[in-house]
Ligand binder design. Structure first.
Ligand code: SF4
Length: 279
């Protein structure tokens, strides 16, 4: 096996098939045997990974991961779920993804996906898709909980697009953007600055954006009508003073009607300044 670089996958025939079996003496006795087989494989120079339990209550998942790590000397542990409840046949991609998320957080090396047809029949392509997506979510949530920085960047980017109410960018970043876009477009066009969940008047994202824009001083409703207008408070003796001082100097580019000539005037003024001796 070593010569062909084969990896042993050590299955567990006594793994729990329902919550009533979880963490029982038979399961742990078998785990100890698996630990011995891990050592024998390694002594023979063969890589090895270990299969984990299938049904475990949520509060026991982390302890099971920890025990495997200890007994099997950190051999990669791959888990089928585990399902955290037995009472929802037809939804076992969800019951198992909950356990898989906790297993990933607690150090499982690989997650084996479960479809909605688990325990009730053979999956069709759409069942496989539902199972795979549930497990992509579980694996990503586990990576986030373990503090993997590159995993978190994805979430933060999507949150920024959401805060900016940039729907196309959100769908571009989303894991399944086609589904997200279809669900959004069912209610509203893509260029609205709110969605149908809270509606226009109660969209906290839209309202926060408006407040931020207003606080920045750039709200269009509060811009001066004419940027170059003289202040209305300049009057009487101020006007007389301005009259004595004469008009603006010719170096003011806003006195030049032609935009290219104005830019040339600005450029020459800047170059004169930069060439002037210091001090
Ligand atoms: S309407 Fe509600 S759910 Fe939709 S973008 Fe605004 S805050 Fe978010």
């Amino acid at each position: 096996m070593r010569e062909y670089d084969v990896t042993y996958s050590l299955g567990d025939g006594l793994r729990p098939g329902c919550l009533a079996d979880a963490s029982d003496p038979a399961q742990f006795a078998e785990l100890r045997t698996l630990g011995e087989l891990v050592q024998r494989a390694r002594e023979a120079g063969v890589q090895v990974m270990v299969e984990g339990p299938g049904h475990i209550p949520l509060n026991e998942v982390a302890a099971n991961m920890e025990m495997e790590r200890r007994v099997c000397d950190d051999a990669p542990f791959y888990v089928l779920g585990p399902l955290v409840t037995d009472a929802f046949p037809g939804y076992d991609h969800i019951t198992s993804a909950i356990g898989a998320t906790e297993a990933a957080r607690a150090g499982a090396a690989m997650l084996c996906y479960v479809t909605p047809k688990e325990h009730v029949g053979l999956p069709k392509p759409e069942d496989v898709k539902a199972g795979c997506i549930a497990y992509k979510i579980a694996a990503h949530a586990g990576d986030l909980a373990r503090g993997i920085a590159s995993a978190r960047t994805w979430d933060d980017d999507l949150s920024r697009a959401r805060a900016a109410l940039n729907w196309p960018r959100q769908f571009e970043l989303a894991f399944d953007g086609d589904t997200a876009r279809a669900l959004h477009d069912e209610d509203l066009p893509v260029d609205t600055d709110f969605c149908a969940m809270c509606g226009h008047d109660w969209c906290s994202m839209r309202i926060s954006k408006e407040i931020a824009e207003f606080a920045s001083g750039k709200d269009v409703g509060f811009q001066p009508a004419r940027r170059a207008a003289r202040s209305p408070l300049v009057a009487g003796s101020d006007l007389a003073l301005l009259g004595r001082r004469g008009d603006k100097a010719d170096c003011h580019s806003d006195r030049v009607a032609d935009p290219d000539a104005a830019r040339e005037l600005q450029r020459s003024a800047i170059s004169r300044l930069s060439e002037a001796p210091a001090g």
